[in-house]
Ligand binder design. Structure first.
Ligand code: GLV
Length: 319
């Protein structure tokens, strides 16, 4: 009998599926996510662990789990919380959940784009604060996205899904050609690839959809932010550390950028106080994949990965 540890409360059917295999299933059931010591305690003696992106999987974690550990199944597409080399060195398979969350994440990215360009957050705050208002032709005017160009950094599944939404709203689609956008998506979207610096300087909106790696940490740094068009917008549903958050806040406060829609932060769940006071920023608590259908599909895929590895089969989505 294998011991499978689950570090967060994933949707019931996935847990039931795991339980039905007759293995020992230990699920973290605290009201808050486990602290580090609780996490290390939970995974002791595990053959498999389903992790979430706030769980740091490193040598300490692997030591705590011990030599039986065969698979770490991240319930996320991103896996920057996992030390892949450390896992590889111990023969531990790492899996993630691609292919099931791109539409949900693109929905949030596009929602942020509309929210920031049409000032939805500001309008909501005004109403809830009970501040006086009346309809006026010059009141709270935003910007149209139609005919504008969005630049995608990371034209993978999520970037393409975002491009489709933007195209449907009349935007032109460009992407950083460090990675090519696959066909037929590129043709369908009429997407134009260009060097990253050209993209950043030439688009009305920059939207990030890349994984966080050594190459993409602060890919939008102070210099690139300064090179962006006056009044341009930034959307980030990727990882907070892909942007120099302080430089972004400074550019927003100084009026160089028109606004930002953020779902992710450099030091989650802490929010840079410089962002909190800005009206032209829409802030969400990392909701990219947060709908019931998507989280169920992610958990199911993670469970499938675990069961495959434990049965000696190839994992459906090994990293
Ligand atoms: C969420 O951010 C994910 O990587 O799945």
């Amino acid at each position: 009998m294998a011991r499978i540890c689950v570090t967060d409360a994933i949707p019931g059917p996935s847990i039931d599926r795991l339980r039905a295999t007759g293995n020992e299933i230990l699920v973290w059931d605290g009201a808050q996510p486990p602290g580090r010591a609780e996490l290390l305690d939970l995974v002791r003696g595990a053959d498999a662990v389903l992790t979430v992106l706030s769980d740091g999987v490193d040598d300490e974690f692997l030591d705590a789990a011990g030599p039986r550990l065969r698979v770490v199944a991240n319930v996320a597409a991103g896996y920057n919380n996992i030390d892949l080399a450390a896992c590889r060195a111990r023969g531990v398979t790492v899996t993630n959940t691609p292919g099931v969350l791109f539409d949900a994440t693109a929905d949030i990215a596009f929602g942020l784009l509309l929210a920031v360009t049409r000032r939805l957050g500001e309008g909501e705050r005004l109403i809830r604060a009970g501040r006086p208002w009346r309809y006026r032709t010059t009141f709270m005017l935003g910007r149209s996205i139609e005919g504008k160009t969005i630049g995608l950094i990371g034209p993978g599944q999520i970037g393409i899904a975002m491009g489709r939404r933007c195209k449907a709203f009349g935007m032109n689609i460009a992407y950083a050609n460090e990675h090519t956008m696959r066909e037929p998506a590129a043709s369908e979207l009429g997407a134009v690839g260009m060097p990253l610096d050209e993209l950043v300087a030439g688009c009305d909106v920059i939207s990030l959809h890349c994984p966080l790696t050594d190459r993409t940490r602060h890919i939008l740094d102070a210099e690139r932010i300064a090179a962006m068009r006056q009044g341009a917008y930034v959307i980030n549903t990727a990882r907070g550390a892909c942007i120099d958050e302080q430089a972004l806040a400074d550019a927003l406060a100084g009026g160089h950028l028109g606004g930002a829609g953020l779902d992710v932060y450099e030091d989650e769940p802490r929010i840079n106080p410089a962002l909190l006071g800005l009206e032209n920023v829409v802030l969400l608590p990392h909701l990219g994949s947060a709908n019931i259908e998507t989280r169920t599909a992610m958990s199911d895929l993670a469970a499938e990965n675990v069961l495959a590895v434990l049965a000696g089969r190839p994992a459906p989505s090994a990293v």
